[in-house]
Design a protein around this ligand. Structure first.
Ligand code: TRP
Length: 334
């Protein structure tokens, strides 16, 4: 069975884009693959944050993942820092990666520019190497990632190939797992439909958070930016270049209810009905998640137990890979 690995940062409130673009595929993949899923708390340290918040949000994220449908009997769910081999392998891979290739990572350039390059953390620079270690430790064949992580996955492949060529076959070279079309891989901001729904947006008005109550979801969806075309046949059509806002709502409906956005468009002539249907669809999608989250959150001990068992399973696999890498690169065994 092929193995899939993915990670999610615990920081920032998870939103509809995270769910439709990634998390629901995680749930789907656990039925088809040997799945390892990781809350990447070490990655969260690459930018400033509050220590107390970090441990809280790590538990919240794990609870949410279970609420979304990850099943500990079908996948291995764990916290990155619970398996020390992630940090260990990162060092070995840092001695495989070059300054030049890491300097070309667009996410680093963007983030470093925002906070000032001089004070950017070394960890932020090395971030993609830690991500490569995550993936390579588990011999993952497939990695579901969004567009923004493609470059990091490409780096992971390069590092694995370089290492294998230099030190002998050690790592599996992973590939991107791409959800089928209509997979909702790109949910756009409701206020700025040219941009992906993202935690880094300036305002929350265009982001539906998974913990939003039905009233605010309704408000946000109904205030979604569309355009000024008059109602009538053809006003509601899937045309991301000319009608990004309308197309986004169609994508949302298609992603939630099935079908293609073009098919969904056929049912509408005006924006009001489109918006109220989209709002209803989103609300019925998140309601059961929220209920399940509330139940699970009442017993944080049980969630911690799932994470502890996950870390034990993950560690078994990671230990074997690390041992291969250690010996290949010539470190003396203990
Ligand atoms: N960098 C990823 C993100 O921000 C999270 C991540 C960390 C990840 N390690 C990973 C994703 C390994 C896939 C595989 O989205």
């Amino acid at each position: 069975m092929k193995r899939v690995f993915s990670g999610i940062q615990p920081t920032g409130e998870p939103h509809l884009g995270n769910y439709l673009g990634a998390l629901r595929w995680w749930v789907d993949f656990q039925r088809r693959y040997d799945a390892f899923y990781c809350v990447v708390d070490l990655h969260a340290l690459t930018i400033p944050g509050d220590p107390e918040e970090l441990s809280k949000s790590t538990l919240t994220m794990a609870t949410l993942l279970l609420a979304c449908g990850l099943d500990p009997d079908r996948c291995t769910l764990f916290v990155q820092s619970h398996v020390h081999y992630h940090a260990d392998l990162t060092w070995l891979l840092e001695c495989t990666a070059s300054m030049g290739e890491l300097s070309r990572m667009t996410q680093f350039k963007d983030k470093a520019q925002k906070g000032g390059e001089e004070s950017a953390r070394v960890g932020l620079f090395a971030y993609p190497v830690l991500m490569a270690a995550d993936i390579l430790l588990y011999d993952a064949d497939l990695v579901p990632v969004g567009d923004d992580q493609r470059q990091h996955l490409e780096l992971t492949r390069n590092l694995a190939e370089r290492w294998n060529a230099r030190y002998g076959q050690t790592f599996t070279v992973p590939e991107a797992a791409i959800p089928p079309r209509g997979g909702g891989a790109r949910v756009m901001d409701l206020q700025e439909p040219e941009h992906k729904m993202s935690k880094s947006a300036i305002s929350d008005a265009g982001i539906v958070f998974l913990f939003d109550d039905p009233k605010s979801i309704e408000r946000k969806v109904k205030r979604a930016v569309t355009d000024l075309d008059p109602p009538g046949p053809g006003a509601v059509r899937w045309d991301p270049a000319a009608k990004p806002g309308v197309s986004n709502l169609l994508e949302l409906l298609a992603a939630i209810n099935g079908g293609s956005p073009e098919e969904v468009a056929r049912g509408y002539e005006g924006y009001a009905k489109l918006k109220s249907d989209a709002a209803d669809a989103v609300i019925s999608l998140v309601r059961p998640l929220q209920e399940r989250y509330r139940e699970l959150a009442q017993d944080p001990g049980a969630v911690q137990a799932v994470l502890a068992a996950g870390a034990r399973k993950a560690e078994e696999v990671a230990a074997m890979t690390y041992e291969r890498a250690r010996s290949a690169i010539g470190l003396l065994g203990s």
